[in-house]
Design a protein around this ligand. Structure first.
Ligand code: CA
Length: 221
């Protein structure tokens, strides 16, 4: 795993870095918010361990910045501040967990495991039958076919895949993907289903999106 540790206390940082590297993880260490931003701009991490009181500001600013940019990287707050208000506030702002100092290394490892497992479960990858959709990269994969989808095609496929097996009417799809105000007489849904089929169907095999005559569309579970 790639870990970013944001911590200005040298002894604690050395303890965490030593332990995580011994377990085979790659750890980058930032001791200020500015350094943390540089690391985050330069790469992707599986988890961020975030101290709150840093020389150039509060860790909460970094957390807000990450969540405002829709970054889903799990963040575990490490802090000596242990009041309930702090904890609830930070979880509300998008922290995944909160660990009060001093902590046992084994507990940190357990929290990292839980937070990263949760990250995977919050479905970056949607799978239905032989179809997979990465909700972050917008790449749809079916067998040996793969396509990066433009936003509307992505939204349509994601909507269908989040309701596997369910027949969705054109009106439901229009409302969910195009927003209200589209006339149900519009054939825009059929056109976009066509785009997806061209990218993800193989000749002679059932289509990625099934047409239910007189009702709508569905993806088969
Ligand atoms: Ca500190």
């Amino acid at each position: 795993m790639r870990v970013l540790l944001v911590e200005d206390e040298d002894r604690l940082a050395a303890f965490v870095i030593g332990g995580l590297r011994a377990e085979g993880h790659a750890v980058d260490h930032a001791s200020t918010l500015a350094e943390a931003h540089r690391y985050l701009d330069g790469g992707q991490y599986d988890v961020v361990l975030l101290d709150l009181l840093l020389p150039d500001g509060h860790g909460r600013a970094l957390l807000r910045g990450l969540r405002a940019r829709d970054t889903e990287v799990p963040v575990i707050v490490l802090s000596a501040l242990g009041t309930t208000d702090d904890k609830v506030g930070l979880l509300d702002e998008g922290a995944d967990d909160y660990l009060v100092k001093p902590f046992e290394f084994a507990e940190l490892v357990a929290r990292i495991r839980a937070a990263t497992r949760h990250g995977q479960r919050s479905s970056r990858l949607l799978c239905v039958g032989d179809l997979a959709l990465d909700t972050k990269t917008r790449i749809a994969t079916r067998g040996n076919l793969s396509a990066e989808l433009p936003s509307r095609e992505f939204a349509l496929l994601e909507y269908l895949m989040r309701h596997p097996g369910q027949v969705l009417t054109r009106q439901q799809i229009l409302d969910a993907v195009w927003g209200f105000g589209f006339e149900s007489a519009s054939n825009v849904v059929d056109v976009y289903v066509g785009y997806l089929r061209r990218k993800l169907d193989r000749p002679g095999e059932p289509s990625v999106i099934e047409t239910i005559r007189g009702a709508g569309y569905r993806v088969r579970p």
